[in-house]
Design a protein around this ligand. Structure first.
Ligand code: GLT
Ligand code: MN
Ligand code: MN
Length: 389
């Protein structure tokens, strides 16, 4: 239905590594031929409604390429972007693929690896800036351990902080004006990754030299892998003013890192997420960090990309219907009782407010006895999502 086609108001983006994923897994080789970056951009252009494309340094420029070849790659990619009217809002560094990073990059126990990781990241920031990227993501996939026998994890946080402080200053020194977005994940590829959740990242950011430059890039699959409520983590990031970017996909809890099409696994959680982003007027990139099933050819990859965006658009409409539905809003009003006088008292301490609160009489039994209509409300939500409401 044309109705759910994205416009350019939603900043829907995909990574080169997402639609360009060739379907390799630990048990089998590629099932799709490798496309070049311009071919991936053409593919995204052919899908329609895509705002931009993001990349790791080595998605675009192979790690050991000559300066002449690098220049040619950049030129060809710029042309493909212009042909397809696509932006590059975000860039990042591959600090996980090369064997040099097998025991971490910024948190490696080896000074040489840490220094190389900084050098590689500065070069990748230069590359992203050439394309006008304004967000720079840090996903520390190899920052962690299978066994804590080898390294002090507290030392790891200190090293990670030093690296980010260095790179914030580098960004300022070059006038790149990047906003850094830290992405957490509990495990995969490491047995245990440091700073495992968005909440960990938010606390860590406050220990940096330039906390105002740094926010988060939460990914649906990552909190979900740990059995946590992703929407609540995004809400905390919004509350802190730190939702700089978001990675949308889907994941069944307790499984391997699936990176499914957005909404493929848990439509109700996806709905509450889209509703949260809509209610809070999030206007940043909506990046689908996902890939098509291994069963697909490139037509299937196009279906996958359309599906991610369509599901988002449909859920956005459902969120508007939810907010406009009189019965739903009446039930919510029963749950959310407002007493202006009490709200004023609890909104900030003063000796008068404390004294006033101390002498206020509460009917605790009545508060506990009051039924809250979550069953009806949740059923109505389900019926809305199932399309019968
Ligand atoms: C990798 C990872 C993602 C990160 C990407 C950015 S790369 O695909 O699984 O979650 O966002 O480095
Ligand atoms: Mn992932
Ligand atoms: Mn991600």
């Amino acid at each position: 239905m044309a109705k759910y086609l994205p416009g350019k108001t939603e900043k829907f983006t995909f990574g080169l590594w997402t639609v360009g994923n060739i379907g390799r897994d630990p048990f089998g080789g590629p099932v799709r031929e490798q496309l070049t970056p311009p071919q991936i951009v053409d593919l995204l252009g052919s899908v329609g409604g895509v705002y931009g494309v993001n990349f790791h340094d080595n998605d675009l420029v192979p790690i050991d390429v000559s300066p002449a070849k690098r220049a040619q790659i950049i030129k060809d990619f710029k042309k493909a972007l212009a042909d397809n009217n696509l932006q590059v809002p975000m860039a990042t560094t591959n600090l996980f693929g090369d064997p040099a990073f097998k025991d971490g990059a910024f948190t490696s126990g080896d000074s040489r690896v840490r220094a190389y990781a900084l050098q590689k990241t500065m070069a990748a920031m230069d590359l992203g800036a050439e394309f006008g990227a304004s967000t720079y993501v840090f996903w520390g996939g190899r920052e962690g351990a299978e066994s804590d026998a080898g390294k002090d994890p507290a030392e790891g946080f200190k090293r990670f902080r030093e690296a980010l402080n260095f790179l914030c200053e580098y960004s300022m020194s070059q006038n790149y004006n990047y906003r850094f977005a830290l992405e957490s994940k509990p495990n995969e590829p490491r047995g245990h990754i440091y700073l495992a959740t968005t909440g960990n990242m938010l606390a860590f950011i406050e220990t940096l030299d330039y906390p105002e430059m740094v926010g988060v890039n939460p990914e649906v699959a990552h909190e979900t892998m740990a059995g946590l409520n992703f929407t609540h983590h995004v809400a905390q990031a919004l509350d802190a003013g730190k939702l700089f970017h978001i990675d949308l996909n889907d994941q069944e809890p307790g499984r391997y890192d699936q990176d499914f099409r957005f909404g493929a696994a848990n439509i109700k959680q996806a709905f509450f997420l889209v509703k949260l982003l809509t209610d809070h007027n999030y206007t940043g990139s909506l990046h689908f960090d996902a890939h098509a099933y291994r069963t697909e050819d490139y037509d299937g990859v196009r279906e996958f990309a359309r599906g991610c965006m369509r599901t988002y658009m449909i859920l956005k409409e459902k969120a508007q219907q939810f907010n406009a539905n009189k019965e739903i809003q009446a039930l919510r009003a029963q749950i959310n009782v407002t007493d202006a006088k009490l709200d004023a008292l609890v909104s900030g301490f003063s000796p008068v407010a404390a004294a006033e609160l101390k002498k206020t009489k509460f009917n605790r039994q009545a508060l506990g006895a009051r039924g809250l209509p979550y069953e009806r409300l949740d059923q109505l939500t389900m019926e809305l999502l199932l399309g019968v409401k």
